[in-house]
Every structure is written in structure tokens, then in C-alpha cells.
Design a binder for this molecule. Structure first.
Ligand SMILES: Cc1cc2nc3c(=O)[nH]c(=O)nc-3n(C[C@H](O)[C@H](O)[C@H](O)COP(=O)(O)O)c2cc1C
Length: 444
């Protein structure tokens, strides 16, 4: 049986506590050099795409801007367009929200990016709909949580109409002769729905890919259904082998149920890698990184997000709070709060009691996302094993350092994956769709 090809993507380190900002090699989150280094390193490693997450409002905790957000988050399209000029083959994928934007603008921006990059644009569709983020955008009101995928469906339908509205060759070679354009060459976009009333024309033809590669990140039943119908790939946090296999089977089955080829929906969990010469050294390094990621103050802040109340009087090296969480507290804004904080707090207390953990140790244990820790050979084995066992089609690597977080992986793990014949030794195609083995995109 032939091996499944492994796909890899590079997540630019986020505004979160996975990224270790106190490391002496840590660079800026804003300066172009950081983006260039990570994107070029990923391209040197023949990754499928570079990936930007999105945050449209600085998070606040206890009514104040929260420490890590001050590292900043520049605009997605501007960064990706600039990267198009300094990279040649790697896909350029950005997270863009369907709640706070307009389909015309987003369709136009992605078509432009696809042209500027010669067919390397990818859109990670998210539907975040909280009023806190919305306050940066709207003059009142925001989207009801239940409507976020209904709006996303309409948003994408309108965007696709814009991309499909210019016939191939709509711009004739002899343009400039002062004749009216044939309405079959550039069709009027007309859409009437609950969320959008649109009547107009796209200002440019679709890019080389026709439609950008569409990713989706969101795990509710509605989110999964949306992705199974519309997306080319999903970004997921189902990272353990068995959980991943269940999720993979579910998503591929859903795609099949909509009449799609399941191979045309790729599954990408996030993964964090810690490398060292030996497995034992890597474990030690991982413990050190975890303590840098979760300081005592961060541990208290993270616990306050669950408890929904001020826990500043508690010692991070002491036992868990004996008070109960407040269910509907707004202590933290801009983060998704756990649906049942009382049950979660109970689980945390049980775990801390069973394993004799302090607050900081408990937070380190429950927020750990270091999945593959070991020598390059061990990490290559694990990545290949997950892909071949149908837990995923590849990974979005989330480095813990900006901008050097992928250097070692590209130098030491990629060659081992190539030796196994499971990872490309050169880019075969020019577009992101070609890298991912995708056709023109879902049309259901
Ligand atoms: C893996 C993953 C990554 C996400 N990344 C982002 C992001 O970068 N920006 C954002 O606004 N929302 C992000 N989201 C959040 C969701 O798209 C959004 O909150 C959505 O409403 C949640 O959808 P759901 O209810 O289907 O899970 C992400 C979600 C997941 C699962």
C-alpha cells in the first residue's frame, strides 16, 4: 500500500502563552523580519502553507488589557501580501472572520492575494461572534451566536459569486478600444438573503486558483457541517491519536455524505514539537519551556478565567481555591469561556488532589499542548504514524518561539520524513491547491 503524503503548515506564533516571550532569542510579533524568517524557513522545509490566526480585539482580563496582547497583531492581508513578494512557492493562509467583515471586501482581498502570489492564497474561515469583539466594529448589536454559521454560509455564497463572475479571458487582449463589456464576460453579482443584499460587480477576475483554498476552524456540530460541505481543509485541536482518528472519520464521513470525495477535505490538527538530541533531553527541555510558558501570575490568570473571579490572593505554588466558580462572569473578555466552569473546576480539583499538584503545576498539566517531544527520529516517527493511522492528513505546527521556532524542525525532522518517502523533496506544483492535492474546491 502506498504511503499517504504528509502535509505541513507553519502557524506564526500567536498572542498566547504558548509563545515564550521571555526567551533571549524571542523577536518581534510585528516587525516584518519575523514574518519573513518564519515563512522562508517553512518554505525551505517545503511546507504546504504559512498560517496566520486572527484576533480582532485585544483580550481584557479584570477590565484591563491582558499582558500578552501588547505584543500586537498586524493586519492579515497586509502581512500576507508582503510575504508574497519574498517567498515563491509556499501557500499564504489567513484567518478572516465572516461575522465582522463584508463578502465583497474579503472576496476582493483574497482574489488580489491570489494574483499577487500566483495562486497561493488560503482563507481560514472563522465565525467568532462575541459582542466584546463586535464592539470594535459595530454601531450597535452583534450577531446572535446561533446565526454565525448561517451568516458564514451566505458570506461564502456571495464571495463565490464574486470570484465566479468574470468568465475566463474576460479581459480581452485588445482592451482599450472603448466598447461596452459583454454581460456574459463579467456577470452582475446579485444576492438576496437574510444577512446580505448585494448587487454589483467584482472589480477583478478570480486569481489563478479560482477560489482560494478554504480552511475552517470551529468544532460545534454546525461548524463541522459547514466545513464538510464547504471547506478544503479543517484546522482542529483534536490532537491525540484516538481522538484524532474519531474526528478524522467523522469529518471524512460527513464530506462523503454531501457527495464529496473525502480526500478533498484535509484534516490539520495543531501540534507543538520539542526537539533535542535524545528523548530524555527533549523531555527535560519541554518541562523547562512549560515553566516559562506558565509563570505563577499566568497560572493565577488562567485559573481566574475558569473560576470567573478574583483569585489574586492565592499562592500559585499552593493548593487550588476552595471557593466555587462564578458561572456567568465576564472577568475575561475576548476568550471563549468553558461552558460549565463548575464541572471543570471539580475536575481540576480532583486531578490536583490525586497528583498532589499546586495551582501552577495543575495549569501546566492541563494546558500542555506539547504533543511530540523527543529526538528528531522520534518526532518524525510520530508525525508519520498519525498520518498513516488516519488521525490527520498533516499538522499545523505551532512553534513556541518567534521567529526561530521552526529552524530545528526544518533542519532535522524534514529530512527524516523525506527519507521515509512520506514528504515531498520539492514542490511539484505552483499553487496551494496543487500542494494539497486539491481540485477546484467544493461546489455542493
Ligand atoms: C483550531 C481553532 C482555531 C481557531 N482560530 C481562531 C482565530 O484565529 N481567530 C478567531 O477569531 N477564531 C478562531 N477560532 C474560533 C472559532 O472559529 C469561532 O470562535 C467559532 O465561533 C467557533 O465555532 P464553533 O462554535 O463551531 O466551535 C478557532 C477555532 C478553532 C477550533
Amino acid at each position: 500500500m502506498s504511503r499517504k503524503p504528509i502535509h505541513l503548515a507553519a502557524h506564526f506564533p500567536g498572542v498566547n502563552n504558548t509563545t515564550v516571550w521571555t526567551d533571549p532569542t524571542a523577536g518581534s510579533q510585528i516587525e516584518f523580519d519575523s514574518f519573513v524568517h518564519l515563512a522562508r524557513t517553512a518554505e525551505r522545509g517545503l511546507f504546504d502553507f504559512f498560517f496566520l490566526a486572527e484576533g480582532l480585539r485585544l483580550r481584557e482580563h479584570r477590565g484591563r488589557i491582558y499582558d500578552l496582547d501588547v505584543v500586537g497583531r498586524p493586519d492579515t492581508f497586509t502581512v500576507l501580501a508582503a510575504l508574497a513578494a519574498v517567498t515563491e512557492r509556499i501557500g499564504l493562509t489567513g484567518t478572516i472572520n465572516t461575522t465582522f467583515n463584508e463578502p465583497f471586501e474579503v472576496a476582493r482581498q483574497f482574489a488580489t492575494l491570489d494574483h499577487l502570489s500566483d495562486g497561493r492564497a488560503g482563507w481560514n474561515i472563522v465565525t467568532s461572534s462575541d459582542a466584546f469583539t463586535g464592539a470594535n466594529f459595530r454601531r450597535g448589536g452583534f450577531l446572535d451566536h446561533a446565526d454565525r454559521y448561517a451568516r458564514a454560509e451566505e458570506f461564502l455564497a456571495v464571495a463565490r459569486k464574486f470570484w465566479d463572475s468574470w468568465a475566463p479571458g474576460a479581459v480581452p487582449a485588445d482592451v482599450g478600444n472603448g466598447v461596452y463589456v459583454d454581460p456574459d464576460r463579467i456577470r452582475r453579482v446579485e444576492y438576496s438573503g437574510t444577512h446580505f443584499e448585494v448587487r454589483g460587480f467584482a472589480t477583478l477576475p478570480a486569481g489563478p486558483q479560482g477560489h482560494p483554498v478554504l480552511l475552517q476552524a470551529g468544532d460545534s456540530a454546525a461548524g463541522r457541517a459547514f466545513a464538510a460541505r464547504r471547506a478544503d481543509a479543517v484546522f482542529t485541536l483534536h490532537t491525540s491519536l484516538h481522538d484524532g482518528q474519531r474526528y478524522y472519520a467523522d469529518m471524512k464521513g460527513r464530506a462523503r455524505s454531501y457527495g464529496r470525495d473525502p480526500n478533498q477535505l484535509k484534516v490539520f490538527p495543531a501540534v507543538t514539537v520539542v526537539l533535542a538530541d535524545t528523548d530524555a533531553q527533549a523531555q527535560e527541555k519541554a518541562r523547562h519551556i512549560r515553566r516559562q510558558q506558565v509563570s505563577g501570575a499566568t497560572a493565577i490568570a488562567m485559573l481566574e478565567q475558569v473560576w470567573g473571579r478574583d483569585l489574586s490572593g492565592y499562592d500559585p505554588d499552593g493548593p487550588l481555591p476552595d471557593v466555587e466558580p462564578i458561572a456567568d462572569s465576564a472577568i475575561t473578555q475576548g476568550r471563549v469561556r468553558h461552558a460549565d466552569p463548575v464541572a471543570l473546576a471539580r475536575r481540576y480539583r480532583d486531578k490536583a488532589a490525586a497528583e498532589n499538584l499546586s495551582i501552577r503545576e495543575l495549569v501546566i498539566a492541563v494546558t500542555s499542548r506539547q504533543q511530540f517531544v523527543g529526538s528528531p527520529a522520534h518526532v518524525a516517527d510520530e508525525i508519520d504514524r498519525y498520518v498513516q493511522a488516519d488521525a490527520c492528513d498533516g499538522f499545523i505546527l505551532v512553534p513556541h518561539l518567534t521567529p526561530h521556532g521552526l529552524d530545528e524542525f526544518v533542519d532535522r525532522v524534514v529530512p527524516l520524513l523525506q527519507e521515509r518517502g512520506a514528504f515531498r523533496t520539492e514542490y511539484a506544483g505552483a499553487t496551494l491547491r496543487a500542494h494539497l492535492g486539491l481540485g477546484p474546491g467544493a461546489r455542493v
